[in-house]
Design a protein around this ligand. Structure first.
Ligand SMILES: Cc1ncc(COP(=O)(O)O)c(C=O)c1O
Length: 363
């Protein structure tokens, strides 16, 4: 019988179902209220930040972060050229210009040696994206931003559960952003979280997502604001998912180790150096010469795999600005990257089966 192993699958059980049922029976209004506050507290504590603000998704959260920091028209923001399109597009949504920077070979995160060449008097912020939970030296990133007077925003959408020197990614900059979309390690369907230690930024972000007011129920709008609030119905799911996070973090690490041990001798496959003490890989990423061929072969055998992102500058909307510029590392890795089945729901037997099929492909 053909296998049926998806590349990714969310994972809920009776805990979420019962919590939603209990919440509905309790007469909750579904909208953002106490449950969202409870989830915000759990996330802030987990990340080690003072404050957390939930919002609708991890794209809007980036926009909220930039807007709260005063990044807008006329400003430039450095963004890695290998990331999900939401990172540069959030900069554009804020009215600023994303300036793409190539990534470094070992982490696929922004290469600071290249970033320095793109700093201009207009550069206001640096958006650091820990690619698949890995980061470069965050102390260096922080000092780079200080040196060049840049605000540091971390798009840690793929890094929930990942650390640098025991500090959670997303907690190094002025504001860190997370996503809880369906493929993430834990999910609320859609969802975004912002963390900060700065009370003023925290209040600003709360106002921005709630019509510019300091208090719900009143119609005093001292500041600009819109409606980007979360819902308690999703928060109820998020609270249950948070209780499973520690286990999932260790399971993701086990999966990564199991795949990389099984495929270590296949010379055609590259695994990036991954420190599993700190890094909880979001997905299992491998780099091969023929990702399309391997993806097709796996699909034929009932195994889901997905190409990693194209380099941002090759996307149609970014091409005109970057036609003459090359980004060798992001181009090379985008051309070679493949995400393998990565759900924390995978069994050891399924991982072994996927690895066996990959070995067969290369034999
Ligand atoms: C690095 C990165 N930033 C931002 C996002 C956008 O998050 P959302 O889908 O919650 O809008 C994603 C989503 O996968 C992402 O991977």
């Amino acid at each position: 019988m053909k296998a049926n192993i998806p590349q990714m699958e969310p994972w809920f059980d009776d805990a979420e179902a019962n919590a939603v049922f209990a919440y509905m029976k309790s007469g909750g209004w579904l909208m953002e209220f106490k449950k969202t506050e409870e989830l915000e507290r759990m996330i802030a504590d987990y990340v080690g930040a003072k404050y957390c603000v939930m919002t609708v998704n991890g794209t809007v959260s980036l926009w909220l972060a930039l807007r709260a920091l005063g990044v807008g028209r006329g400003d430039e923001v450095l963004v890695p050229n290998l990331t999900m399109i939401a990172s540069p597009n959030a900069v554009a949504l804020a009215g600023a210009s994303p300036v793409l920077v190539d990534v470094e070979v070992n982490t696929l995160c922004m290469d600071l040696e290249k970033a320095v060449l793109s700093v201009t008097p207009k550069t206001k912020a640096l958006m650091y994206v820990p690619f698949n939970g890995r980061s470069g030296d965050m102390e260096r990133v922080v000092s780079f931003c200080k040196e060049h007077d840049l605000l540091l925003v971390e798009d840690a959408a793929q890094a929930f559960g990942s650390f640098f020197k025991e500090k959670h990614l997303g907690a190094f900059g002025a504001i860190g952003s997370f996503s809880f979309s369906v493929p993430k390690i834990i999910t609320t369907g859609q969802g975004g979280a912002l963390v900060t230690d700065n009370e003023e930024l925290y209040k600003k972000m709360r106002r921005l997502k709630d019509f510019g007011r300091d208090q719900g129920g009143a119609d005093i709008h001292d500041d600009w604001g819109w409606n980007f609030k979360f819902t308690d119905l999703q928060a109820v799911v998020g609270i249950e998912q948070m209780k499973k996070l520690a286990w999932r973090v260790s399971r993701k690490k086990e999966l990564y180790k199991r795949y990389s041990d099984a495929l270590r001798d296949i010379s055609q496959i590259l695994f990036l150096p991954t420190d599993l003490t700190n890094t909880s890989p979001w997905f299992i990423d491998i780099y091969v010469d023929d990702p399309d061929g391997l993806q097709h072969y796996l699909k034929e055998n009932g195994i889901g795999a997905r190409r990693i992102y194209p380099a941002v500058h090759t996307q149609k909307i970014y091409q005109p600005a970057y036609r003459e510029i090359s980004f060798p590392v992001s181009e090379q890795f985008a051309a070679r990257g493949l995400w393998l089945p990565s759900s924390s729901k995978l069994t050891d037997e399924e991982v072994d089966y996927v690895a066996e099929m990959i070995k067969k492909y290369y034999s």
